[in-house]
Design a protein around this ligand. Structure first.
Ligand code: FAD
Length: 276
């Protein structure tokens, strides 16, 4: 099998200080040799400029960068010109999404990820490597798993190269999902997304909104931690084991949701085969 690689996701910071911290994080993570760093895109284009400027600053460091992108309420011209400027900078990867529109924009017709993939392939041919999102524990708005996998196949068949999953802590959910994808005729690589555990309250709140399950054993383990230090140690053990099991299951690589922090990813990777 091919070498298993990691990729690392950031969000665009809102402040100068946040940007400084992000570059320190990149510096710390670079020795892990990630295949690429990705930068999220705010729903409805709300972070368009921040995403673009963080992406440019990472490209200037000579890194392979994958901007996330969704149509939101933007015009085709806006999205095409953003993609053209990425191409001009030599960017070769995009994470193509529908995104979630902010509630105030509820009347806008959603542009599904498969339509964005169609658009990019139509306007830019094969220039970009395209990744799309997928959901081992089912997208919260999906009718059911089969329908969701059907739409995943649709966006992969539209010309995407790979899928990256929402984070999960149930290994079995991922393995079952992967089997179902294969049965549905999906043969493109599926990269598990992994979220280190660094902030219990945020993790539980965010998981509820994005449909990621926090299993009972994990919830209890988190509750048992008496301090932040204990939580970090416990979280690292849980996530390192998850990653080790995934690698043993021959996943093509692991995508880390870093939350712009380096330490947890570094500690986890040191215990796997990705040490610096
Ligand atoms: P889609 O694939 O379009 O699917 C959305 C829903 O509609 C699903 O329920 C699906 O079953 C259904 N569906 C799909 N296609 C069709 C169709 N043609 N017709 C009818 N129904 C359809 N959010 C951000 O705001 N910014 C980010 O940068 C970001 N990055 C992400 C990265 C990853 C790896 C992941 C897993 C998620 C990310 N998200 C991000 C969250 C994501 O935007 C939300 O989960 C969003 O609700 C769905 O986006 P999607 O691209 O998966 O949508």
């Amino acid at each position: 099998m091919t070498e298993q690689k990691i990729s690392i996701e950031f969000f665009p910071p809102k402040t100068e200080k946040g940007l400084e911290n992000l570059h320190a994080t990149v510096e710390a993570l670079q020795p892990l040799g990630p295949e690429y760093f990705s930068v999220t895109y705010g729903a409805g284009g709300s972070t368009r400029h921040q995403t673009q400027s963080v992406v440019s600053s990472l490209v200037q460091r000579g890194l392979d960068v994958a901007p996330h992108l969704s149509f939101g309420a933007d015009s085709e011209e806006t999205i095409e010109s953003l993609l053209a400027s990425y191409k001009e900078e030599g960017i070769k990867r995009i994470v193509a999404l529908r995104g979630d529109l902010p509630s105030g924009m509820g009347q806008v017709k959603p542009v599904y990820a498969n339509e964005l993939v169609d658009f990019i392939r139509d306007k830019f041919g094969d220039w970009f490597h395209l990744s799309v999102a997928c959901y081992p524990e089912v997208h919260p708005q999906a009718e059911d798993l089969s329908t969701d996998i059907g739409y995943l196949k649709k966006k992969l068949d539209a010309g995407s190269d790979a899928a990256v999953t929402q984070y999960f802590y149930n290994l079995e959910a991922f393995l079952y999902f992967r089997d179902r994808c294969v049965k549905a005729g999906i043969d493109k690589p599926i990269y598990p997304g992994v979220m280190p555990i660094v902030n219990a309250a945020n993790l539980i709140r965010f998981s509820e909104s994005c449909g990621a399950d926090i299993p009972r054993w994990l919830r209890m383990g988190i509750n048992d931690c008496k301090s932040q230090e204990e939580l970090l140690k416990y979280g690292e053990e849980v996530v390192t084991k998850l990653c080790a099991d995934l690698l043993a299951e021959e996943v093509p690589g692991i995508h880390f949701y870093s939350m712009n922090q380096s330490q947890a990813v570094l500690n986890i990777c040191k215990q796997l085969s990705f040490s610096s």
